[in-house]
Design a protein around this ligand. Structure first.
Ligand code: NAP
Length: 224
């Protein structure tokens, strides 16, 4: 937990009724992610949003993403000024692949049945949800908020989700976020090409990227 000590955390946890869990690789985190979380918090009246950097994403090669400690620290820096936001290390500290079903089950156990859990992530990622491990259990434990760029079609999403189509609108919602025109891929490319990334992400994250030479061609490929 980022902002509170253990005891304060317990008190906070006790009264949380609507919990947002913001899942992503966050390589790096940017204003699109932050605006998404804040929009979800205000639109859905969430008590807090916990950011969960993916530990070992099942669908990505580890060597293609930055070391977990960098992605975690950038996320911590990015949310530091929002008292409704926290960062969790749960997927970083759990051995093996980071399956969302396991993460949500862990939060479900921690918060109990009286809390509604909203798993927030990118709509593109959600389109693949049928291929995710334990999708039935996942949807039983939480609502899914699929954050999309403007123009993303809910109808297309329904068609792509096949057998889950009846859940679109019941358990799976889309949230249009214009700021998601910003993308981590674009930021990494800009850094690689020496272009400015100013105003695409918090300045502290920009400085962290510079200081640690992330996304440069010679970037190290250490893990952890
Ligand atoms: P991704 O494939 O890297 O991203 C897909 C799209 O969604 C990209 O456009 C990405 O933009 C956007 N996106 C990702 N996270 C977002 C967020 N929190 N808010 C708004 N947009 C977001 O997806 P990923 O980041 O690896 O995975 C997303 C989440 O799904 C993670 O929590 C991951 O663990 C989970 N997931 C679970 C399984 C499974 O359990 N089997 C499989 C796949 C993914 P940016 O590149 O700009 O972020």
């Amino acid at each position: 937990m980022l902002l509170w000590g253990r005891e304060a955390g317990k008190r906070m946890q006790a009264r949380v009724r609507r919990l947002g869990i913001m899942g992503g690789t966050f390589d790096p985190i940017h204003y699109g992610h932050l605006v998404t979380a804040e929009t979800a918090r205000t639109e859905l009246a969430l008590d807090k949003v916990v950011f969960i950097p993916s530990g070992r994403p099942p669908h990505k090669k580890v060597r293609d993403i930055s070391p977990a400690r960098h992605r975690y620290l950038m996320t911590v820096l990015a949310v530091a000024t929002n008292s409704w936001f926290e960062v969790s290390r749960t997927e970083l500290d759990r051995p093996g692949y980071s399956y969302t079903v396991d993460t949500v089950a862990e939060f479900r156990r921690g918060y109990g049945g009286g809390t509604d859990i909203f798993f927030i992530t990118g709509a593109d990622a959600c389109l693949e949800i049928l291929t995710w491990k334990g999708v039935d259990e996942l949807l039983a434990n939480c609502y899914i908020i699929a954050a999309s760029r403007p123009g993303f079609s809910l109808t297309d999403m329904g068609q792509r989700l096949g057998s889950l189509v009846s859940l679109v609108g019941e358990r799976i919602f889309t949230l249009e976020v214009p700021a998601l025109a910003i993308s981590s891929t674009d930021i990494r490319r800009r850094v690689e090409r020496g272009k400015s990334i100013k105003y695409l992400l918090p300045e502290a994250v920009e400085q962290y990227i510079k200081k640690n030479s992330l996304y440069c061609l010679q970037a190290n490929d250490e893990e952890g």
